[in-house]
Ligand binder design. Structure first.
Ligand code: GAR
Length: 320
């Protein structure tokens, strides 16, 4: 089991979603823990709850500060806490581009509508006015465009004929409290999940020219060059008692493989059997696995085994 993922929750008020995350994090096997609750409102009720539960807090009013300065101060507090992820939980400030870019892929938000319907404010009022029979909640990744990032999870909530925005909001909130901890748990677990890691490798391998996937000794593998093709990559899910879930790729030989391992022993290892012929293991189930590095090695390995007629094509494409 990897260490629990460290999460900072950003709130602006009541903080009931933060509380849902906090108590979910106390359940056995929770894959995350809260390391900070931060607010742009020093009077946010959620701060008191966090303090009572022993979670460090940070508060800084945005009044009389410009957006950039305030974002930078929040960013600093979050970094100082050691957080790896941010969960926006009723944080009612729009975050600037710099902040969003710095946390791309690591910041989640909960929004009380079925996005892409009703981004922004007054979601329940708008759903009722439109005569919708279902409303709901969305957890999504934070991007520069408001409430528009990749959707990670949604729950529908029935709209009752007599609903007011308040009565609907109250029921949607039940759904919020169930959805957010589940989606966050799944999201922070993904980098250690073999099925997810295999998918990531597969799309990148299949993106290279003339590749087919074919299992080799029960492990997924990718070949190029048609009928008499050769393997250029294998996916190893803790084979031979190893800890790593890894991509195996072909280096120029034992010397290069050894040098890579010496330089970065967290990222590379000598795989059983394959290591003897200069294949290196690239560890995927580790915090901050480098997908550009994975792409680089898939390509290098492909180039090492692909027939000339194919490498020529890729070389030509590289020149542009
Ligand atoms: C929640 O309903 C959340 O979905 C919403 O604010 C409320 C915060 O409640 N967020 C947004 O509208 C974001 N645009 P909480 O402080 O009790 O979690």
């Amino acid at each position: 089991m990897p260490d629990k993922a460290k999460v900072a929750a950003l709130i602006s008020g009541r903080g009931s979603n933060m509380a849902a995350l906090l108590y979910a994090s106390k359940l056995p096997d929770a894959p995350f823990r809260l390391v900070l609750v931060a607010s742009n409102d020093p009077d946010a009720a959620g701060l008191e709850l966090a303090k009572a539960e022993g979670i460090p807090t940070f508060a800084l009013s945005h009044k009389s500060m410009n957006r950039g300065e305030h974002d930078a101060a929040m960013d600093k507090a979050v970094r100082n806490s050691g957080a790896e992820y941010i969960a926006l939980a009723g944080y009612m400030r729009i975050l600037g581009e710099d902040f969003v870019r710095a946390w791309e892929g690591r910041a989640l938000n909960i929004h009380p509508s079925l996005l892409p319907k009703y981004p922004g404010l007054d979601t329940h009022e708008r759903a009722i006015e439109a005569g919708d029979t279902v409303a709901g909640v969305t957890v999504h990744l934070v991007t520069a465009e408001l409430d528009a990032g990749q959707i990670l999870g949604q729950t529908e909530v029935a709209v009752l004929p007599e609903d007011t925005p308040e009565s609907l909001a109250a029921r949607v909130l039940f759904a919020e409290h169930q959805l957010y901890p589940r989606v966050l748990a799944d999201y922070v677990s993904r980098p250690f999940d073999a099925a997810w890691l295999l998918d990531q490798v597969r799309v990148r391998a299949m993106d290279l020219p003339e590749v087919e996937e074919r299992p080799s000794h029960g492990a997924p593998g990718w070949r190029t060059g048609g009928k008499s093709g050769k393997y250029f990559a294998y996916f190893s899910d803790q084979h031979h008692g190893e800890d790593a879930i890894a991509l195996l790729a072909k280096t120029s030989g034992i010397d290069e493989m050894t040098a890579l391992i010496e330089r970065d022993p967290d990222a590379f290892y000598r795989p059983a059997y394959y290591g003897a012929s200069g294949w290196v293991g690239i560890v995927l189930n580790r915090p901050g696995a480098d997908w550009e590095q994975v792409e680089y090695w898939l390509k290098r390995s492909w180039q090492a085994v692909a027939p000339k007629r194919l490498t020529k094509l890729l070389d030509a494409a590289d020149e542009f």
